[in-house]
Design a protein around this ligand. Structure first.
Ligand code: S3P
Length: 433
């Protein structure tokens, strides 16, 4: 499946993007191991979150078919999961495999997790090492999936200093910690998304934070609750960039999740000169939400502050499209984590920007991009949803057609992206050839 983009267009009107991916995964996982029935609203019906849902059904949890974002989970309690009858395939989802590795390490039964081609090359040592210190036994294929997780191990709480700022590793350890004897604590080198901590509290489970240390005590109880998931700022980010770069744009993005560990994109784009107005700020189920109005504005290149990198980690590909349309140079450093996402996002973006005639220089931990005139060309997505959607926005400022090859993965995080983007003003056609 490919996107064919005509150059030009502008973004207008009001849109609402789909539910938050990180929270959708966590809602299924925590709802499944809570006592009693939980109702989830705003669930992302994308392939990644549906893979998590299917995995928990495989372990005997009754979960309704999502309907208009609503899912009902009949939680089985911390020790109520049943042995899966088959290998659990979580598709493209790094969040599912890493968080579930922690949760499954504490079960009485064995399990195997696998995924698609992209997931099979992603590093799992970052969770296997600390989980092993807790007493888990996990076999991998040279540090990559599939993961074979042995059950019946007695886990003990540890303290772990995260070597990388990763919410997935932090969350994996906290989920294993639910099953461990004693206290499990994690120090973050920089703040990362805190949805696991917030949602655990929503399920009545105590999680402490002191400075950069997060801890919980094992073997407590999660009590069912109703979860209202805001929309995904990572999906909204493509439209923030699109409306900023396309002259004449004025777009309102409603009900955007604005968790302070996720909103780096707003600060970075504003520092580049973007006209972003945040209004109607409110709290929805323990998470901040707001409406975001974006009007086109001339952008300038900046040095992206390194402390913002973990807070905008999934939005950096889109931000680099803004950089391509900005006056002067943008420097992104301290972002080596981008190399181990769904693709090597530094290489994928450098490739695509060069295709469109944008000067850039790759560094080990980032990239320098010099703003200029975007031409047309063929973009390879490297099976990466966020690369596809970022370059779709580039077409708004291109002088020629852009073909974005291989966009099937867009539905992992953003079902109906093509329809919504077309409604907002992108000149996009989808074709199989
Ligand atoms: C996620 C954490 C981030 C992010 C990913 C989702 C999560 O990964 O890139 O898309 O839901 O915890 P890392 O923890 O590897 O930084």
């Amino acid at each position: 499946m490919h996107f064919y983009m005509e150059p030009g267009g502008r973004l207008k009107g009001r849109i609402r993007v789909p539910g938050d991916k990180s929270m959708s995964h966590r809602a299924i996982m925590l709802g499944s191991i809570a006592e009693g029935r939980s109702t989830v609203k705003g669930f992302l019906e994308g392939e990644d979150a549906l893979a998590t849902l299917a995995a928990f059904r495989e372990m005997g949890v009754m979960i309704s078919d999502p309907r208009a974002g609503e899912v009902i989970i009949e939680g089985v309690g911390l020790t109520g999961l049943r042995p899966p009858q088959r290998v659990m395939d979580v598709g493209n989802s790094g969040t599912s495999i890493r968080l579930m590795a922690g949760l499954l390490a504490g079960q009485s039964f064995d399990s195997i997790l696998t995924g698609d081609e992209s997931l099979l090359s992603r590093p799992m040592g970052r969770v296997i090492t600390p989980l092993s210190q807790m007493g888990a036994l996990i076999r991998s294929r040279e540090g990559c999936p599939p993961l074979e997780i042995q059950g019946g191990r007695a886990l003990a709480g540890i303290h772990y200093d995260l070597p990388v700022a990763s919410a997935q590793v932090k969350s994996s350890l906290l989920l294993a910690g639910l099953y461990a004897e004693g206290v499990t604590s994690v120090t973050e080198p920089a703040p990362t998304r805190d949805h696991t901590e917030r949602m655990l509290k929503g399920f009545g489970y105590e999680v402490a934070r002191e400075g950069d240390v997060i801890s919980l005590k094992g073997r407590g109880v999660l009590r069912s609750c109703d979860i209202d998931i805001p929309t995904d700022i990572s999906s909204a980010a493509f439209f923030m960039v699109g409306a900023s770069i396309a002259p004449g744009s004025d777009l309102l993005i409603e009900h955007v999740g604005m968790n302070p560990t996720r909103d780096g994109v707003v600060r970075i784009l504003r520092a580049m000169g973007a006209d972003i107005e945040v209004s109607n700020e409110r709290d929805v189920g323990g998470e901040p939400v707001a409406d975001v109005r974006v009007r086109s504005a001339p952008l300038r290149g900046i040095d992206i502050p390194e402390n913002e990198v973990p807070l905008a980690i999934d939005e950096l590909p889109a931000i680099l499209i803004a950089a391509a349309c900005a006056e002067g140079e943008t420097v992104l450093g301290g972002a080596e984590e981008l190399r181990v996402k769904e693709s090597d996002r530094i290489a994928s973006m450098a490739d695509g920007l060069s295709q469109l005639g944008i000067a850039n220089k790759v560094m080990p931990d980032g990239i320098r991009v010099t703003g200029g005139d975007l031409g047309g060309g063929v973009i390879t997505t490297h099976h990466d949803h966020r690369i596809a959607m970022s370059f779709a926005m580039a077409a708004l400022r291109a002088t020629d057609r852009i073909k974005i090859s291989d966009c099937a993965h867009v539905s992992t995080s953003f079902p109906r992206f093509a329809e919504l983007a077309s409604e907002a003003g992108l000149l996009l056609q989808v074709a199989d050839q």
